[in-house]
Design a protein around this ligand. Structure first.
Ligand SMILES: NC(=O)c1ccc[n+]([C@@H]2O[C@H](COP(=O)([O-])OP(=O)(O)OC[C@H]3O[C@@H](n4cnc5c(N)ncnc54)[C@H](O)[C@@H]3O)[C@@H](O)[C@H]2O)c1
Ligand SMILES: O=CCCC(=O)C(=O)O
Length: 488
């Protein structure tokens, strides 16, 4: 297979099947967060006019795309998957250079993108409705599903391949056209994904990408009368705003937002497993996952032993450029994100938390020009403290001691979020209590809080989502409307 790669990483918008500059010709240059002097690439700094062009093209394309069979739409997605697979290393390298995630993690994410494409490609051949017995014995009653029309996709930077794909692929397979606006910090990587769609030859206008500031392009998506569905992943503040705007004009919306995810470790747990999972769940991707472990709730009897083993392993973590062999943890995505993490660390100390490890920016050993921070562990943290309540989105763990599982669950639930949670225990009753009483959309037993499987529904409770779910079969609920048909 021949694939076209853009070696210079200079991208513009993708509208109506063509790469086009923003009307104002302005550009945004992205730098490597591991070395802020290294240019990674550039994207268009678009205006509302560009977004309007993309929506017009998506609107025109929607009718023809909807008219194709699911199997035919699926064939395009299989093709995109094959192209992306052939470019996996190039895309992963770009991701590492653009947003800092280590190269092995970036390769894993890109492979996941390929798998998501194939999963939804297969959906084109699966059932979409039910036959329901009518009270009229001469009638046939059934449900079918129809696409929403044009879908606006607004995505964050922390999974610049997987999230745009887990939203766009189901939107497309169920017959919608897409206008995607990726977060600027991952936009060059996302443009490479769009390049794979372009090369697969989807009909023009079916997939469009417009880059630029969220306050301009994201806002215009939220307000555009011809966008019938908005799927958003990002912060609570922005999500809520989009939800209000979508509701006001009657558009369907789906918001996937932040988390403040706990791990509970009970006295009968396999401690080595729990320590490894706490480190992986809390610190991989520099803690920049919505599912990252943030609060570590430990039963009194194992507190000291767990703490000792955790600190031993945290000290071994190697922080550096994600492209370097041996770097386990990369930089924060941006200077702003680094400052945010340092702010929370300071706040944690001011409010009485005790620093056990880390806490500082790393500026030595080739890390002078990057946004590196030490993996950080606090103890003496209680639920009233800011670091126990607010999403940090950085490599910071807060240890909290409790006397019983009941107390652990109360503490775990004592936040506004409810995205993911995990418990380490060998006791089946404790597992069952956790499954029943933990207020989170994803609960994991003897496994880290992060780790989403593409074939299962994903989403949060409480303030973590608009109570919708995405991925797996759940995507069908958002990207289609049910039509009940009565035939006589
Ligand atoms: N629940 C999940 O599945 C999930 C997954 C990944 C990330 N997240 C969350 O995302 C956040 C980090 O990502 P982020 O910093 O990119 O979030 P963000 O809310 O700042 O940005 C998300 C997207 O919204 C756009 N945006 C910004 N302002 C906007 C506006 N006024 N109107 C419309 N769009 C606007 C951004 O440009 C970006 O594309 C964290 O809170 C994290 O928990 C959640
Ligand atoms: O950042 C949110 C997505 C988390 C995820 O995909 C995972 O934990 O695997």
């Amino acid at each position: 297979m021949t694939t076209k790669t853009n070696q210079t990483n200079q991208y513009v918008n993708f509208i109506n099947g063509e790469w086009v500059s923003a009307v104002n010709e302005e550009k945004i240059v992205n730098y490597n967060p591991a070395n802020n002097e290294e240019v990674v690439g550039e994207v268009a700094n678009s205006s509302e006019e560009d977004l309007n062009k993309a929506v017009r093209s998506a609107k025109t394309a929607a009718k023809g795309w909807k008219g194709r069979s699911g199997a035919e739409r699926g064939q395009y997605l299989y093709k995109v998957a094959d192209i992306m697979e052939s470019r996996l290393e190039e895309i992963a390298e770009c991701m590492t250079r653009e947003m800092g995630k280590t190269y092995p993690e970036a390769k894993g994410e890109t492979a996941r993108g390929v798998a998501i494409l194939r999963y939804y490609a297969g959906e084109g051949m699966r059932a979409v409705g039910d036959v329901i017995p009518s009270t009229d014995s001469d009638a046939l009653m059934f449900t079918t599903r129809v696409p929403l029309g044009v879908v606006g996709v607004i995505t964050p930077w922390n999974f610049p391949v997987a999230i745009p794909i887990w939203k766009s692929a189901p939107a497309l397979i169920y017959g919608n056209s897409v206008v995607l606006k990726p977060a600027t910090e991952g936009a060059v990587t996302c443009a490479k994904v769009i390049e794979c769609f372009a090369e697969a030859g989807l009909p023009k206008g079916v997939v469009n990408m417009v880059t630029g500031p969220g306050s301009v392009i994201g806002q215009a998506i939220a307000e555009h009368p011809d966008i019938h569905g908005i799927t958003f992943t990002g912060s609570n503040q922005v999500g809520k705003q989009i939800g209000h705007e979508a509701l006001a004009r009657g558009a369907k919306y789906q918001l996937e937002m932040g988390g403040k995810n706990p791990v509970i470790v009970t006295e009968d747990a396999d401690l080595d497993l729990a320590v490894d999972a706490t480190i992986s769940g809390g610190l991989k991707s520099t803690g920049q996952k919505c599912t990252a472990t943030s609060r570590v709730i430990l039963l009194d009897g194992i507190y000291d032993k767990f703490k000792e083993r955790l600190l031993e392993k945290v000290k071994e973590i190697s922080v550096g450029n994600g492209m370097r062999d041996g770097s386990w943890m990369g930089p924060c995505v941006s200077e702003r994100q680094l400052e945010n993490v340092l702010y929370y660390i300071q706040k944690g100390e001011e409010e009485g938390g005790q620093l056990l490890a880390g806490g500082k920016q790393l500026k030595d050993d080739g890390r002078e020009k990057g946004y590196f921070v030490e993996p950080t562990v606090f103890e003496n943290v209680n639920s009233e403290m800011t670091i126990a309540q607010e999403e940090i989105f950085g490599p910071v763990l807060a240890l909290m001691k409790v006397d019983s599982l009941e107390e652990a669950l109360d503490l775990a639930n004592d936040v506004e979020y409810g995205l993911s949670a995990s418990i380490f225990t060998t006791n089946i009753q404790q597992m069952l209590s956790f499954i029943k009483d933990m207020d989170a959309g994803l609960v994991r037993i003897n496994a880290e809080s992060a780790g989403v499987e593409l074939q299962a529904p994903f989403g949060g409770m409480k303030q973590s989502s608009s109570h919708s779910r995405e991925q797996g079969q759940a995507a069908k609920e958002f990207f289609t409307s049910i039509k009940t048909v009565f035939v006589k």
